[in-house]
Write a protein that binds this ligand. Structure first.
Ligand SMILES: Cc1ncc(COP(=O)(O)O)c(C=O)c1O
Length: 381
């Protein structure tokens, strides 16, 4: 038989799948997995049931259900004063993941280069590689996680086409400051780069409000903002995402999207359109719930001798592994001796080896789950 595409066969099993398998085999509490162990509100599920009962059940417009695009345009105008034309500047996708892939394919040609901060979310690398795009990583050095501007300048060459920015940032929990975003905006303009902004945790910032890069002066024309509702509504399996930006950029992204998935499940789009007007009251409760979880886990881990880093956003936090251990050996030890799984970080890096000293805990878990995990880590199995 002829060999298959080496890019695809080279991917192997993701670290998330491996850890989940190991955690399940050991009967461990899984704080490695990056999604909630609870479901979003009943009233949103009811909206989905209503939408399934009433339809429509045929293909949605490929750009997305009109009511959802209009709802998103209204929502973003009120939230960040971002003005978007729902007819041409908002594209509904199957989760942020599809938006990321379609955007990379639409904006970059094979052989071109994409700047990216590491640790990096794994789908950026996979999407870029599948399309023959080179990822150029800029390490955010732990624990300060500041941007290395000299490295950014050094990496920027004639083939550099775009920067991908995840803000708030998985896995570090960093929220890029206004000053950093302003400098990134100037950098993008100076080097004529597009910026792909993955903002799936936009509603999960703790001390500071989220600032979309697209809202900064001079950026609207060069930014594609990607987000999704999975994390925010604790309904990750619904996979409702979107890409927003100027028509000139959304148009080719739509053209790619129409040949990959064409559209997302129509009734779920209607359910989300009907959810959006109620987000204003939902979001403060949502954030308050995560404040509690974050502080509870930090306090618990600190009392056990861990040195967790306080995240400014997302539902992840990083902790250093003890001297003499690696991320992989320590996470395996935790699974086997404490029956708690945390995610080793080395696979989030292309260049730096600092991930070998870091593990990620996810606190998108019920308080009982977090309490049980801390109890087990304390040795009270
Ligand atoms: C940074 C980041 N981007 C994108 C995604 C994927 O989002 P979705 O489930 O909407 O495809 C995730 C999911 O974990 C994520 O952490």
């Amino acid at each position: 038989m002829k060999p298959l595409n080496p890019i695809a066969t080279g991917f192997g099993e993701s670290v998330f799948t491996t850890l989940t398998r190991l955690a399940n085999q050991a009967g461990a509490i899984n704080l490695a997995q990056g999604f909630p162990d609870f479901d979003g509100p009943e009233w949103i599920k009811e909206l989905a049931i209503d939408a399934i009962k009433t339809g429509p059940h045929q293909y949605a417009p490929s750009m997305g259900a009109i009511s959802l695009r209009q709802g998103l345009a209204d929502f973003y105008l009120e939230q960040y004063k971002l003005s978007l034309d729902p007819a041409q500047e908002i594209l509904v996708t199957v989760g942020a993941s599809e938006a990321i892939y379609s955007t990379i394919v639409a904006l970059l040609a094979p052989g071109e280069e994409l700047l990216c901060f590491e640790p990096l979310y794994d789908s950026y690398l996979a999407s870029a590689r599948l399309h023959g795009v080179k990822i150029c990583p800029v390490t955010l050095p732990f624990p300060g996680l500041e941007i290395d501007w000299d490295r950014m300048e050094d990496l920027c060459g004639p083939k550099t086409k775009a920067l991908i920015l995840n803000n708030p940032h998985n896995p570090t929990g960093k929220v890029f400051s206004q000053a950093e975003l302003e400098k990134l905006a100037l950098f993008a303009q100076k080097h004529d780069l597009y910026v792909i902004c993955d903002e799936v945790y936009e509603f999960l910032t703790f001390e500071t409000p989220h600032i979309p890069l697209a809202s900064l002066p001079g950026m609207r024309q060069r930014v594609v903002t990607i987000s999704s509702m999975g994390k925010t509504l604790s309904l990750t399996g619904w996979k409702i995402g979107w890409a927003m930006g100027p028509h000139e950029l959304i148009k080719p992204i739509h053209h790619v999207h129409q040949f990959i998935t064409f559209c997302l499940a129509h009734p779920l789009q209607i359910a989300l359109a009907n959810t959006l007007p109620r987000l204003k009251t939902y979001l403060p409760e949502f954030r308050a719930q995560y404040f509690k979880k974050r502080d509870y886990l930090i306090q618990g881990l600190t009392s056990l001798g861990f040195k967790p880093q306080r995240p400014q956003g997302t539902y992840f936090l990083l902790a250093q592994v003890p001297n003499g251990q690696t991320d992989v050996s320590f996470s395996q030890e935790l699974i086997h001796t404490k029956k708690v799984a945390a995610l080793p970080l080395s696979s989030f890096y292309l260049e730096s080896n600092q991930g070998t000293q870091l593990i990620r805990f996810c606190f998108a878990k019920k308080m009982e789950t977090l309490s049980l995990a801390l109890n087990q880590l304390r040795g009270g199995l």
